[in-house]
Design a protein around this ligand. Structure first.
Ligand code: GLP
Length: 245
């Protein structure tokens, strides 16, 4: 961290100078999303300033959402994402959406396997109790920024091998000729709680969008039931509206 010379360089309150150099380090990527900030005591010793000054600068950055304090584990860097504009009327996959913006996606798997359906899944997917569903739980990451947590359920009839999904669910459904052609999506506001907040690297209580998608084949069969949690600071949903007759 570029903390030397804070005392000598330029006029203005020390805490503002510290704040600015931390902010620059975060925005330039010198500090990464999720990195732990050294303890305030160490920062104070290192920059040869008082702990009160460090506390004030850190408080400012917490208020502006560039740092987040986690009880018992410290203070962590939050790199703001550039917001993603997402059409509300096109049925696309996360991987495709990100690729179109030149971003690489990867997943951290939270769950991937075959299960007996829950009552919810039986209802939504239209399955009997003795059927099997492929469940895929993923933390979805674009260019190293975690953007969403998604939990998808697909009838094993359409996706018998959970391990066939290496990165994109829709690419795997292309292979089994079960890619959906229509979907109904419900978006609601929420506050992100732990453990989701720490997986997404945002403060507990940060704004989120909870999104449910049920998608269909041309035959009318349900293919996918997905519950997602998106970072509220990362998405703008856009729809074109027309006057109905
Ligand atoms: C979006 C949707 C999900 C869908 C996913 C498929 O994220 N919210 O309902 O399952 O796209 O994306 P991919 O093919 O990259 O797994």
């Amino acid at each position: 961290l570029p903390l030397e010379g804070l005392q000598s360089g330029g006029a203005g309150p020390l805490y503002l100078k510290l704040r600015q150099s931390l902010e620059e380090a975060i925005l330039s990527g010198k500090l990464n999303h999720g990195d732990a900030l050294p303890p305030e005591r160490d920062l104070a010793d290192y920059a040869n300033i008082s702990r009160v000054t460090v506390r004030k600068a850190v408080d400012d950055l917490v208020r502006d959402g560039l740092l987040v304090r986690r009880h018992g584990s410290g203070t962590f860097v939050v790199r703001p994402v550039s917001r993603v504009e997402q059409s509300l009327s096109r049925l696309t996959s996360f991987t495709e959406d990100m690729a179109r913006r030149g971003l690489n996606t990867r997943a951290e798997w939270l769950e991937r396997g075959l299960f007996h359906p829950s009552p919810d899944e039986m209802m939504t997917l239209g399955l009997p109790a003795d059927a099997l569903v492929t469940r895929l739980g993923r933390l979805r990451i674009a260019d190293d920024m975690p953007l969403a947590i998604e939990r998808a359920s697909v009838s094993a009839e359409f996706l018998p091998d959970p391990l066939a999904v290496t990165s994109s669910l829709y690419a795997a459904l292309d292979e089994t000729r079960a890619r959906p052609v229509r979907a109904v999506q419900r978006i609601s506001a929420c506050n992100i709680k732990d453990p989701d907040a720490s997986m997404l690297g945002v403060a507990v209580g940060a704004a989120g969008l909870s999104i449910e998608r049920v998608s269909y084949l041309a035959s009318g069969r349900v293919v996918e039931f997905t519950r997602s949690l998106y970072r509220g600071d990362a998405y703008d949903f856009v729809a074109e509206l027309t006057l109905s007759e």
